[in-house]
Design a protein around this ligand. Sequence first.
Ligand SMILES: [Zn+2]
Ligand SMILES: [Zn+2]
Length: 194
Amino acid sequence: MTPVSCFVVDVGHLRRSPGLQWHRTWREPMADLVVTGSAVPAGQPVELDVVLESVLGGVRALGVVRFGWAGACRRCLRPAAGSVEVAVAEMFTPGSDGEDTYPLVGDLVDLEPLVRDAVLLELPPAPLCHPGCRGLCPACGTDRNVATCRCGPALDGRWAALDQLYPAPARRAPRAVSGEDLRSSYRAAGPTTR
Ligand SMILES: [Zn+2]
Ligand SMILES: [Zn+2]
């Protein structure tokens, strides 16, 4: 038996007053919010901000779920993290099988499955540490965000800009430009990575 969810609420007073809206908020840690590429870190609360209203056929929940996630960058394998805010609009109905609506049992609704479903759908399966992550060199494994290697040209837009800063001499004699030089030029020239 799992313990009674803190997301259970008695909506009896709403059901006796159709049209009445009830605003509720939660900020609770939840276990086992994990997908292949990311997870909600253990102990980190998930927020639910929702308006409950009795409507024909059941109780409607409209609101937002917010959470932070952490994972490993799909390109460079370094830590990646972010936050998500997702809108939710769901119905709780008597006799629900949990497919199209969530169950309304007597006057009780449990919002935990709604929160859990929303988070699991939005957790990034293949996150990036930042949108411009340059990843690892497929040949030698060098993290291209912090160093360059001699495995051959890695010409995306940013390195093309660098090539203009370091025209022919750098290309003819790549060892004349150290990784540190490249990094500082890269920082000085931008573009910034965040
Ligand atoms: Zn990365
Ligand atoms: Zn390499």
